[in-house]
Design a protein around this ligand. Structure first.
Ligand SMILES: [Zn+2]
Length: 373
């Protein structure tokens, strides 16, 4: 509205000096002036490098001086909300514990729509929010809030953090609590891969892409139409084994090994294999988990390649509070998931991990785990 009045073509309106009523702390007039200042400054500075992307990566910025009135209004609104968001992030970074999420690497954000909010059971939503910002009554927080000495109900470690309860308690590990949560997510992942595998196997044989030669000076034609192709589309005889229920036997036709990746997908005709290893780490440890698993299977992959199989290792992570690692998206894209289906399955994986953690949290005082026989 400020811009609408200021930039009006009618001088009476322009000079009317209509006061715009907003909150006491936040004044529309000065904020808009600041936003315009930033936009003009941005135009002088030009394009800069953002994050780790190369110089010139991304969309070119819209120029304030060349924008139409309507565009200017949208730019100002966007700039004002961006500045607000920046304030929140600055505050989060300064809060040692609640702001730990600002240091996460390689995770996707989790958009929660209103529809999700209504559907989600209140206890689970509360768990998700408080786990993300680390404000659950775990022993360490209780100690900080009330000053009493608290310890892990399972192993007795003093002032155990939420990270301890959800991903590193020794007793929890030996009792198979984390393994159980891992298998819940693995089952979902195996289900997704299995349906992609069936779909790929039922497709008609794809024509081999012939190499296109281009005369000098001629355009390449339309290459954008091709889009990302599924790795699975190259063969029709995909087999799959998953380490669920009984122990996985690594397919002998590839190589013999004592290692057991979570899922093996292979095609004997094209001699290609995909090894998938799933981890459910604490979000801060997603990068580390990826590198650890990649190193663990590097030798096996080299062996398979020596035996003539083109092999890809996919270490994939779903954080234990339901934040999916970018590595997982890479796998899902490679097996041909896109668009709404990709979003749906990503969400399903996230929820599986988060529900598992919620259950572990609820059972944190229960020393008993497993079957009662
Ligand atoms: Zn413990």
């Amino acid at each position: 509205m400020v811009l609408e009045l200021e930039e009006s073509s009618d001088p009476t309106v322009r000079n009317a000096q209509v006061p715009i009523r907003t909150g006491r702390k936040w004044q529309a007039g000065p904020e808009v002036a600041k936003a315009i200042g930033r936009l003009q400054h941005q135009e002088i500075v030009g394009r800069v490098q953002v994050g780790r992307a190369g110089l010139g990566w991304g969309d070119s910025p819209r120029l304030w001086s060349k924008a139409t009135k309507r565009e200017r209004r949208a730019m100002v609104v966007e700039e004002v909300s961006r500045a607000n968001q920046e304030q929140y992030t600055i505050k989060a970074v300064s809060q040692g514990r609640q702001g730990r999420w600002t240091t996460w690497e390689g995770t996707l954000s989790r958009p929660i729509s209103w529809a999700d909010l209504w559907k989600m059971p209140q206890a689970r939503l509360s768990f998700l929010l408080r786990a993300t910002y680390d404000t659950l009554p775990c022993p360490r927080n209780l100690h900080q809030w009330y000053g009493q000495e608290e310890s892990c109900p399972l192993c007795g470690a003093p002032n155990a953090s939420l990270q301890h309860l959800l991903s590193s308690c020794k007793i929890g590990l030996t009792q198979g609590r984390f393994r159980w949560r891992h298998d819940q997510v693995l089952m979902k992942l195996a289900e997704i891969l299995e349906s992609s595998r069936r779909e790929a196997n039922s497709q008609p044989i794809a024509k081999q892409h012939s190499v296109m030669f281009v005369r000098p000076g001629e355009g390449k034609g339309d290459t954008s139409r091709r889009g990302p192709r599924s790795v699975l589309s190259l063969a029709r005889d995909w087999s799959m084994r998953a380490d669920i229920g009984k122990q996985l036997q690594f397919p002998r036709e590839i190589t013999t090994t004592s290692l057991r990746p979570d899922i093996v997908l292979w095609s004997a005709v094209t001699k290609s294999a995909m090894l998938v290893e799933l981890t459910i780490p604490w979000e801060e440890g997603i990068q580390a988990a990826y590198e650890r698993k990649a190193a663990k299977y590097a030798d096996l992959a080299a062996e398979c390649r020596e035996a003539g199989w083109s092999t890809t290792i996919y270490p994939v992570e779903v954080g234990c509070r339901g934040f999916v690692g970018t590595s997982t998206i890479r796998l899902l894209r490679d097996v041909g998931l896109t668009g709404a289906k990709l979003r749906r399955e990503t969400k399903a994986l996230a929820e599986e991990a988060e529900k598992g953690s919620f259950w572990l949290w609820l059972r944190r005082r229960d020393k008993y785990w497993g079957s009662r026989q």
